[in-house]
Design a protein around this ligand. Sequence first.
Ligand code: 3HC
Length: 336
Amino acid sequence: MYTQAMDQPDPQGGSLKAVRDAGADALQRGFDDRIDADRKVEPQDWMPEAYRKTLVRQISQHAHSEIIGMQPEGNWISRAPSLKRKAILLAKVQDEGGHGLYLYSAAETLGVSRDALLDALHTGKAKYSSIFNYPTLTWADVGVIGGLVDGAAIMNQVPICRCSYGPYARAMIRICKEESFHQRQGFESLMTLMKGTQAQRDMVQDAVNRWYWPVLAMFGPPDADSPNSAQGMRWGIKRISNDELRQKFVDATVPQARILGVTLPDPDLKWNEERGHHDHGAIDWDDFWAVVNGNGPCNKERLATRVKAHQDGQWVRDAALAHARKQQARALKEAA
Ligand code: 3HC
């Protein structure tokens, strides 16, 4: 009798489970309705675990990209060709650090700690944008990062201002305003060089030749090979697909290159009257995945520099915490 009883579902437990299931269904329906109605999901709202995890993945990768992205241009602060260019570059690199902070804060609203996210970056477990693993060999690279890399970043990031998750969408509004300034300063810097000597024009063309293809790959794998796209689009995290954004970028870049007087290094680039878009050549996806998987020209250097900066900054974090503790103790004493 006992063994038989043990094989039977507990009637009370069963009904509890049914109640729990009904509750979970209602929560899921509420979430789906919110997404379908294009209303924002906020940190206190119920959300499926997979949605939360996807956001943590994307927002933290984005945050890591912003802070690693300080390095290629940061290398040129001490070598900027004038005081004006140095001041602009300092402000821009500082903006990127700020973007990282807004994004880590947005990720923290999903219940992850900043320490855990940084640990994943520092131990090489987390991804960050492929584009920041290429070297900045000349001053023209700084202009190209502004003009092309930030141009691509804006194309990808403006739609994220409409992301379904409130804290991410709101962080992106300010980030996009700043990125748009970055793009314009890059274009202006390149324009200045293009109006200079032949050596300066050659330097710009060389930088465009080296950065153009990695920038196209930066939008991510083709839609057909993008495992996260379909669900990301369903959840309103991603609004426009990798390939569509890449196409928009190519279409926007062709006239800008013409105005600058540079040649985009793609012999297959041509206007397609029927599609109303430019056709472009094939991207080297093997190169992209090698870079994403840690084997790009500067991956090791970028990570080592980041880890060292974090370790060197330990005393600042310790001092800030000690100061906060002192303030708190003083406030408690005064209140007593
Ligand atoms: N570099 C590194 N990894 C990349 C990548 C890139 N350029 N593009 C895609 N990947 C990774 C994805 O993260 C994903 O990896 P995971 O599944 O292990 O996490 C894998 O490749 C497959 O790609 P999917 O297309 O399926 O992934 P997503 O749907 O997440 O799309 C994305 C990728 C378009 C980058 C999207 O995550 C996104 O829009 N992110 C927010 C914007 C962002 O992070 N931009 C990075 C640049 S920031 C920047 O440029 C700073 C500025 O100051 C210039």
